[in-house]
Design a protein around this ligand. Structure first.
Ligand code: ZN
Length: 289
């Protein structure tokens, strides 16, 4: 069901018009805009990064590896799912992989910036898009799966986002999250990416439980490259004048290939049920109680 952000009532309709108070969002290029004030500016990210960031596009190894892992999670934990919402879907890298692997899924994507959504609209047909602040989702018990991949760390009120996710998933549905791990690894890179925090496992688990979810799986990933991350973090620990944030994202293709293979090995270990004890990122799967 849809959820009216004005009168706070769920409603059933194919259209974006509340059946109780008749409020409807602005439309821009057929994309509903729920929070016009944040379309081009807020403190969670810099939309210009989209234009310069090979990181958000294939074939960066991290994106590729993360997408494969997410596909496995969907198959393993959400075998009966029919729809999926990604919050903070960026340029749509993960949405396109999910659509490819599950052509029968109804896929939805949300972003706070219109820029990313307009990019996806050109690239992917059949994905429903809307602009919103993740602290207010215009849905009620609608989705089998909601994913937020490296999104929560950009938002001050991450607990509010988790509560909205709880409201928007079906009673038998659940969420998949990935976040950067270890506050001790905080560096200039996190500041460049507008991160508000890096998580500890305890903090993430507690926040997800407090929002009402039951944890199904939580594991580290990005393990085998962890020593490399440690070196980068140490190197970027203190602000440098000549810091070039794009350097570490511009990885030559042959090296990307090797890194992707390393990640494939890691995915294999996770699929075997091995909980990886440490790593640059955390992956969490939870369901509504
Ligand atoms: Zn209403």
């Amino acid at each position: 069901m849809k959820f009216c952000l004005a009168c706070k009532e769920p409603y059933q309709s194919d259209r974006w018009e509340c059946t109780h108070c008749h409020m409807s969002p602005l439309l821009k290029n057929d994309i509903p805009i729920f929070h016009p004030a944040y379309v081009s500016e807020n403190d969670g990210y810099n939309p210009d990064i989209f234009d310069h960031m090979p990181y958000s596009e294939e074939p960066h190894y991290f994106n590729k590896a993360r997408a494969f892992l997410i596909l496995w999670i969907i198959k393993h934990f959400f075998a009966n799912a029919a729809n999926f919402l990604e919050i903070g879907c960026g340029k749509g890298t993960i949405l396109s992989k999910i659509q490819e692997a599950h052509p029968s899924f109804t896929c939805w994507g949300s972003e706070i910036y219109l820029k990313g959504l307009e990019h996806i609209k050109k690239k992917l047909t059949n994905v429903h898009l809307f602009q919103t602040d993740a602290r207010q989702l215009p849905f009620y018990e609608e989705f089998d799966i909601i994913g937020a991949f490296d999104v929560l760390e950009h938002i001050e009120e991450d607990v509010a986002v988790l509560k909205e996710m709880y409201k928007a998933v079906k009673p038998q549905g659940g969420i998949i999250l990935s976040v950067p791990q270890y506050p001790q690894l905080w560096s200039q890179r996190d500041e460049f990416l507008y991160h508000k925090r890096r998580y500890t496992r305890t903090e993430l688990v507690k926040k997800v439980r407090d929002a009402g979810f039951r944890i199904c799986k939580v594991t580290s990933f990005n393990v085998l490259l962890f020593p490399l991350f440690l070196l980068i973090a140490m190197h970027n620990r203190y602000p440098k004048k000549n810091y070039n944030p794009f350097r570490e994202f511009n990885i030559p293709r042959p090296l990307q290939k090797i890194l992707t293979e390393i990640f494939a090995l890691e995915r294999f270990l996770i699929q075997l049920g091995i909980i990886l004890p440490f790593g640059g990122s955390l992956l969490l799967v939870a369901k509504r109680n």
